[in-house]
Design a protein around this ligand. Structure first.
Ligand SMILES: [Zn+2]
Length: 237
């Protein structure tokens, strides 16, 4: 089973991979990455749903319901507890590019709106993707962020070399699934507890973090840095 709810053109609306380097991360206004565009297929574009609430220090994490598991974040959403009624999972997208600097297949993770816009641009440039390298550019900060693709019309010699090499790179069939990793339930529950959700009323004792009546555990589940999965900024949904 997969966390993705839609793929490829239809996306409207685990394999020892190094997650730190698997993503293209554009952190500030005007940051950019040189890429080779890939056709929009089930292997290159995926849509999924994720919860986040930066004010509660809960960073973007895929909703695990598509895996057929009870999602602790959805439990909080549906709990009726005040302050959690907007914790619904929102659409996000992962789009695959070949990064020209490294020659590696990389994922780019975005809000649904940002992802849709870039997917549309890729579809428009479909006929030019073997002709030009492109630049994926971030415009703006925080909720004002959008992304655009621009053909590099006068590539440097190095760009051209990298671009030609990138044409031979193939996307592993399970690439999307290998970069979208669910958080363990226990970590999600610990994050809820840290954010003040009454976890002891909704989850069994063996899943509770230490200090909430749960078992002693040597490994304290801690939420990852915001950059781990999604983007650190509050995305424009
Ligand atoms: Zn959920």
């Amino acid at each position: 089973m997969s966390l993705f709810t839609a793929r490829g053109e239809e996306a409207n609306g685990s394999s020892g991979i190094d997650l730190k380097n698997a993503y293209i991360r554009l952190k500030k206004d005007q940051d950019s990455a040189k890429v080779r565009l890939l056709s929009v297929t089930d292997q290159t574009v995926g849509q999924y749903k994720a919860h986040n609430d930066y004010k509660k220090n809960i960073y973007t994490a895929p909703c695990i319901e598509p895996l057929g598991e009870e999602c602790p974040y959805c439990v909080a959403l549906n709990s009726g507890v005040e302050g959690w009624e907007k914790f619904y999972p929102k659409k996000r997208m992962i789009i695959t590019f070949v990064d020209l600097e490294t020659g590696k297949v990389k994922a780019w993770d975005a809000s649904g709106k940002q992802g849709e816009s870039v997917k549309k641009q890729i579809l428009q440039y479909e006929g030019n993707k073997d002709q030009f390298p492109f630049k994926l550019v971030r415009n703006g900060e925080d909720t004002d962020t959008s992304y655009s693709l621009m053909p590099i019309l006068s590539p440097t010699e190095q760009d051209t070399k990298n671009f030609e090499k990138a044409k031979e790179v193939e996307v592993p069939e399970d690439f999307l699934d290998s970069v979208l990793i669910p958080k363990p339930r226990k970590t999600m529950i610990a994050n809820l507890a840290n954010a003040g959700f009454p976890v002891e009323d909704f989850f069994s004792a063996d899943e509770l973090p230490e200090g909430n009546g749960g078992q002693q555990s040597s490994e304290e589940p801690v939420d990852e840095e915001p950059e781990e999965i999604g983007q650190s900024e509050i995305d424009n949904m």
